[in-house]
Structures are given as structure tokens and as C-alpha cells.
Design a protein around this ligand. Sequence first.
Ligand SMILES: [Zn+2]
Length: 352
Amino acid sequence: MGLINLLRLRRPKGMHIHLRQDDLLKLVVMFSNIYGWVLDIGNLLIPIKSPEQVRRRREEIEANNISFKFLLSVMLTEDMMPDLLEECHEAGADVLKYQPFGTTTNSQFGVRLEKLREKYDVLERALELRMIFTGHWELPYNPLTGKDIPLPLREELSIPYLSDVIDYFPGLTIGVEHISGRPMLQFVQQAPLNVFGGITAHHMGCTRADMRDQGSFNPHYSCRPVLKDFEDCLALMTAVSAEDNDNLIFTPDCAPHLKERKETMSDPPVGIFAPGHIGIPLIIQGLENVGLPIRETALNNFFSYNAERIYSLPPADDEIVLVREPCIVPAEYNGIVPLWAGRQLNWQMKEY
Ligand SMILES: [Zn+2]
């Protein structure tokens, strides 16, 4: 097969974006307009967990110049109850999002993984309401000793808890957000049909080496789950480029923090600003660099069709165009350092 210089893809879905609030909201919205649909993650400073918040959130997002449609999520917190979930659903939330306590930004309100069973009545209601339950699957603490578990092991060690949910709720659509390593990928690939996995551009295109910049820690590549090894990237890319990628979707996990906070705090916030116009070309470039095929069918499934099926969205009716045209990613946008800042991309999005 000859070198491809132009790619037309169905308009992608961004099914995991932290649209944030205030000035950050404006910025993330601007960079999210390439998507047909977006799933907003409700882990705000005050997590979204009431019908009033759901309604306010919709207004907050719609007050911007958006060209995407969006789904809203409510958070599975300690105080979430089945009836409250139902009220949130009636107010317009379609997704129940789970961040275990201690895993990531604003997860201090999340239910501990080892206590998730106490919330199965909420999951039961989610099933009845046909809501999607999607989670950040990591075990941050040893449940016996309370001691921290090393970052690279956290995702894999959450699998038994995830497995329990899957066994208990064969009818519930269950998401595994931002798969980062081979054990979780293999688990999702062998899981029943009601389970799907999300993959980010940074977990495919970056390794833990990117967290070191000339020997020192680079907070702009710090995220959860933490970046893994090349073998993990290769496994993720292989899965995405395969024809049978039906239960994998693109979850950009665009999660910006101000450069100043990232660079000056002793314990910098985790999350990568990963807008689609960088993430999507980075994925294409990654596939090429490791010698994997660029198949439009597989890419359209991953970026668009699979999410349409899983989230029951109307089909995309337009396209984006990528061209092979090298460019350097800017060092920052409005005080936020993006994914791949200062590095070369071989592809650019042209019409979107
Ligand atoms: Zn996220």
C-alpha cells in the first residue's frame, strides 16, 4: 500500500471530555467543536450529583458557542441514591460516572472501590433507566493496609472489582475509561458484549519516558492512569487499528489545568490538555510510526461508529479531513500547555 496523504473520517465523538468551568470551559469548548458529540465529565470542584446541577450544567455549556451536541454525566458519590439518580436522569443526565476515591482530580467524593458493592442499588437503577455506567478503573490504595499502590499497578489491580460489576450486571452497559495497560486491554477484549473500553491519544502515543524532560519531572504528561510503556502503547494501537475493534471508542480525556498550577504546585494536578486536533493526528502518526495499517473502516469505528452504537447517538452526517503536512504543536494555548507541546505532528486537521 502506498503512502496516504489525505484521510477523510466521519466526524469523531469525544466521549470523555472535562469541559471544566469559567475561562477553561470557553477554551475547552472552542477546541471541542471538531467533535459531533461530547460526553462531559461531571467531576467539577463540586461534583455533579443533583438534578439542579444537571440543569445548570446544561445551561453553562450551552451559553458558549458550541457546534457539538453533548451528554451529561453525574458522579457516583457516597451520597448518590437510586431515586436521586433517577431525578438526575429526568433532568437530562445519561451517564453515571465513577471515579474511585483517591484516583484523580476531585475524586475525594468518590466511593472507594472496595465499597462499590454498597452502591449496587444505584447501578441497578442505572440499568433500569438504561443509563451507561462508565468508570475510572484504578485501585489507588491497598484495601488491607491503606498504603498507596504504585501508579503503574493501579489499573491492573482494579480488574477484580470491575469483574464483579460485570458479573453482577450482565445487562448494564459498562465503560472502562482510558485503558492504559496491556492487562486491562486484554480484559476488555475478552469481556462480554455489554463492556466497552475507551482509549486516549496520550495513552497510545506517549510513554512514561515523556514524563521526564531532560531528567526532571514534566507535569504536563502527568495523568491518571499514569502513562505506561511502549509495549502498552503498541498493544493499544494494534487493538484500535484492528477490524474487530467494535468495543473500543475514543475517549480523549481532555483535562486541562493552568500551566502555572501544573508547574508551581508541589503536588501538581493530574490531567493532560488533549484537544482533538492534536490527539487525532497523533494517533494516526503513532500507527504509522509502528508500521500498523491506516484503515479508514477501523478508524471510523473507533472515532465514531462504535460510540454511536454504544451511546445510542444519531449517525454522524459529515466528515473531517486530515492531510499529511508537518507542523509543530504550540508551546501553549491561553496559559495551558497542550499534549505534544513543541513537538512535531506529521498530520494536520484541515477541514473541520
Ligand atoms: Zn478524565
